[in-house]
Design a binder for this molecule. Sequence first.
Ligand SMILES: [Ca+2]
Ligand SMILES: [Ca+2]
Ligand SMILES: [Ca+2]
Ligand SMILES: [Ca+2]
Length: 663
Amino acid sequence: MPSQTGMFRFDEYPLVGVKQDVNRPRLALGQGTVSGADVVSYHPELKLKEPQVIFEQQPAANHFVIVNSYLGLPQGTTVVYDENGDTLSQVATTATNLLTNDQITYYREPYEIIKDIEIARYITPYGINFDLGPQGFAWIYDVTDYQHLLRDTVDLAAHNTQELLDLRFAFIQGIPPRDVQTREPIWADFRNYNFANLANDVSLQSKNVYLSDSSDMFKIKTRLSGHGQVGDGACCEWVPNDHQIKVNGSPTFNWNIWQTTECGDNPNTSQGGTWPYAREGWCPGDMVREHEFELTPYVTPGDSVAIDYSVNQVPTNDPGQAGGNYIMAFDLISYTAPNFQNDAAIIDILNPNNYEYYRKYNPTCSNPRVILQNTGEQPLTKCTIRCWITYGDWIEYEWTGNLGFLEKEIVEIPVPDISWWTDLEGNLTFSAQVYNVEGDPGLDEYSNNNFKQTKFKAPELIDGPFFVWFTTNNKASENKYKLIDASGTVLFERSGMANTTQYKDTFDLAPGCYSIILEDTDHDGIAFWASAQYEGESSGQFRLRKVGGSYIEFFPGDFGHYHRYNFSVGFTLGTEEAELTHEVAVFPNPTTGECTIEVSGFVNGKADLTIYDLTGRLVHSEAMLATSNFAESQVDMSAYPSGRYIVKIVTNDQVYTSALVKQ
Ligand SMILES: [Ca+2]
Ligand SMILES: [Ca+2]
Ligand SMILES: [Ca+2]
Ligand SMILES: [Ca+2]
């Protein structure tokens, strides 16, 4: 039987009409007839103070143990209440023991302090219905400046719980342009800063940095990305701001991180979000760019230097932007002096290249583009770049310019003859090599960085006349398209088109390499769900179709800034050559002197023969005797040295190659 107040909770019982009252019921149970009046009596309530358990603890073996416990009433009063809850009487509880809750100082075992250092930053793509494909997609970062941290045992973390991430390190063998000695943060390791605090110099104030007297060169490496969407301008994701570094109080480095076209140029198009729009220092599904500033000319090793970062003020007409933020890293990297006086390097090949990051302009047989870097202390003003697909049949390009230490340039190599693309070995490999630095073949001090190689795919072949069929959307003023040749010369361009209109342009091109580029000045393609939502942009279509035949290519609608379709006309390269129905015969082969070379198949009355040695030197050329379906030549090889030769036949429609051995 419940005996104390509070043991019943009437409101928990699902009984209709139950009423909770301050009075206690007095119950009598019996049987029979009840007579007489109701008797009401009141009982005062004694509210006892609850006793408490108190534990006494002491540190032992790097943790706390309970060494004593007490049960007691805290000092205070015990109260008796009447039926209305008013105090009837109270009795004081007097303290007999005084316990003090004291602080105990103790020491744990030493533990590791984890210091996060950012070596690269990446922004994940919008993932809704977006797929990177079964092989994934590779982004490549140069982390050479952090190499001394990537030794022994290192914890690596990528703060992303959305995708599987496969992180690999590739080591570049050889001697770098200069040795990395130290890396240290100028203010702190990467951190989030409020825009207003940066603008008002509350954060990132001028700081004295001490420069090692055993280093010769210094660089500031920065990684900035703007985040938040506050104020009318939605700062700092959507606002371009001006960034500046002062060296010893003088504004020395000014830069912008606004990515005007980069987002719309992302090879990972059609992400499930607003991927192509320009942003402050980042693009969805891409690496955050690093901006680097050479400090060496402004400082002396062993001295200190005052470094200050500043950014433009929060605009007075949009004060809400103050709440935006930046994630920032500023690293000071210290180096030795350059390892070489004269050194040129080919550090990358943009095309032809199978690397998926370059797929917006590959596969292609447009003029190859390589990145040349001066990796020596002396200026680089000229060199020779040699490229080949079939070894020996190379193009040599005399580059001139003026590159300082570590400066780079994209160099386009003109291909004088499309037959150069012929892949005799069938392994679809492009090679580029730099030599003859400053016109002196012996001057380059380090040849290991002179050579670069890529694998590539052949572009598609279009045979015969075709037409471009463009159905514009209702924002046609954003679009233009052009046809260019292998060297980028514009052969045809169409702009100023009307909305929701069909355009058909027919082309019948001479043998060569071409591209059709459709551009969008708003970076939102011709069919993009977000533009449909925000600006009511409708969907257009862009197709290539053979005259009197089937479709060749459908351009994607959600392509961002541009879509480029590369193709060859009148010749194929690479392995596709095996599919030709023509036959080339060279006999006898090997030969000691006279040799017959024939082509069977449609040559349309014209075929030119050239023979090269393996150094790429032209040794013989002549027009072949040609009918509509046959061409032949008799060549006397007796005057030429023994060895392998490359025979090349160019007709109106095709290029053929074959090997010839002179004994
Ligand atoms: Ca500052
Ligand atoms: Ca070199
Ligand atoms: Ca638009
Ligand atoms: Ca558009």
